[in-house]
Design a protein around this ligand. Structure first.
Ligand code: GLN
Length: 469
């Protein structure tokens, strides 16, 4: 009830698309009964959790923040949602996002942008007042980052203790960095994607947003494992238990030199090097490594992402799910008008680019070439880990959260694509990675750093992150 009242109080953040109050209260009642009767409890019994609105939830509207799916009520739960419920979690609601998770700001959904709770912190407001150039009025707030910004705002505003996001190119880690949270992207194949409405099937993973690493590990323990409904998942042979790392002297931390880009804010750069110093002073080995294909990552992601999007989005034809236009002169005209009305310009733009890359005459030159570059990018990480590195330490974002009005300026769209420079390569390589909040900036806003681990060494990664936290 406390969380529900906070959801109401913070409605202006626009974190939730649907609040499942009745469901949550009923689940809470059942959980309380289990507790009072001394029945065995699930790992998440009675814990309020929110879910990004691109995971299917049985009987609860699932929109992907798109006109295309407004009113769509799935007949089944995504595997991850079912696993949360099986362990007693309370489903607080479905959180806001960029339409179909395409974006890095949570500003591009049909239900409007998500506001970063840190916009209203005392320290930030004071600093803002002192700045003569700052805008004032209703639009003077910061973006959450995205695309899982609703989930990040929901946890950050204390309306739940964990939230599911999705991460295709950084969408869990980026908003976690901007909202001062732990944002964990598991290894590809560790957590089922069944029921996660796809963006890029070969890169999507469910992500976890929490306040502490321990909480993320508990949720991961519930979610991880083989799912017969997702053939890309692998079995895990022992339960995921997070131990405390007493001593980092046997660790080798890699610092990728290509991640020191000119666009990186000097404050983040400084914290990054202080974090490396901290490991060194505690006895860890800190070495510079090279990931030479980093600079191709944004374009490579663009070709692969849009190609998979073009193919994925074909299912939204007005026949099976959600929106259908009124035009009935021909099936083709119905398809076209439904898709024009249903998708925003970002989604339509990606479908168009993807279909261009997949044209017979372009396929080899773009799609196949991008797949080869993807392999080179993935091999860069393999080489770094083979040279003895246990985890990589990098920034998560180029800067702290920016004001909404600055973010939506035309030229910032390109900047926003650039902002994924530290996160996208990880998805192309299928590795686990986590954002850990490290400090507040001069403006009083959260800054996070990213740890990247070896494939399927998620537990080791979280153990290091916990030591650092
Ligand atoms: N910003 C990236 C994109 O728009 C990543 C999105 C995501 O991870 N869902 O494609």
């Amino acid at each position: 009830q406390k969380c529900l009242s906070l959801i109401k109080k913070t409605k202006f953040l626009n974190a939730y698309i649907t609040v499942s109050e009745e469901v949550a209260l009923k689940q809470a009642e059942e959980s309380e009964k289990r507790y009072k009767n001394g029945q065995s409890l699930g790992d998440l019994d009675g814990i309020p959790i929110a879910v990004k609105d691109n995971f299917s939830t049985s009987g609860i509207e699932t929109t992907c923040a798109s006109n295309m799916l407004k009113g769509y009520v799935p007949p089944y739960n995504a595997t991850v949602v079912q696993k949360l419920l099986d362990q007693g979690a309370l489903l607080m609601g479905k959180t806001n996002l960029d339409e179909f998770a395409m974006g890095s700001g949570s500003t591009d959904g049909v239900f409007g942008p998500v506001k970063n709770p840190w916009s209203y912190s005392k320290q930030y407001r004071e600093k803002r007042k002192q700045n003569p150039h700052s805008e004032s009025g209703d639009s003077d707030w910061l973006i959450t980052g995205g695309s899982s910004g609703g989930s990040a705002a929901a946890v950050s505003a204390f309306t739940c203790y964990a939230a599911l996001g999705s991460d295709t190119g950084g969408s869990t880690r980026n908003p976690a960095a901007h909202c001062g949270l732990v944002g964990f992207k598991p290894s590809y194949g560790l957590v089922s994607r069944h029921g996660l409405i796809p963006l890029v099937n070969s890169m999507d993973v469910p992500g976890i947003l929490t306040r502490y690493v321990d909480d993320a590990a508990i949720v991961l323990g519930v979610l991880a494992g083989h799912d017969p409904k997702d053939s890309t998942t692998v079995p895990i042979n022992k339960p995921l238990v997070l131990s405390s790392l007493e001593d980092v002297s046997k660790l080798c931390i890699g610092i990728p030199k290509e991640y020191l880009v000119p666009e990186l804010s000097s404050e983040i750069q400084c914290l990054w090097s202080r974090a490396a110093d901290l490991f060194e002073s505690e006895g860890a080995k800190v070495i510079e490594v090279s990931l030479p294909h980093t600079s191709y990552s944004i374009v490579c992601y663009h070709v692969l992402c849009t190609s998979e999007v073009a193919s994925n989005m074909a299912r939204f034809d007005g026949l099976q799910y959600g929106h259908r236009c009124d035009i009935d002169v021909s099936t083709e005209a119905m398809y076209a008008a439904t898709r024009r009305e249903g998708f925003n310009d970002v989604v339509r733009g990606r479908i168009l680019s993807g279909n261009f890359f997949l044209l017979k005459e372009n396929y080899e030159n773009y799609f196949v070439k991008a797949q080869k570059v993807r392999r080179l990018i993935a091999n860069d990480f393999v080489n770094a880990f083979n040279s003895g590195v246990d985890v990589l330490l990098t920034p998560t974002t180029l800067s702290e959260a920016v004001p909404y009005l600055e973010f939506i300026k035309e030229d910032n769209r390109t900047r926003s694509a650039q902002d994924d420079i530290f996160t996208q390569a990880v998805n192309m390589a299928g590795l686990p990675a986590v954002n850990i909040p490290i400090a507040l900036s001069n403006q009083g806003l959260p800054i996070g750093l990213q740890f990247i681990g070896r494939a399927f060494c998620d537990q080791q990664l979280l153990t290091v992150a916990k030591w650092f936290e």
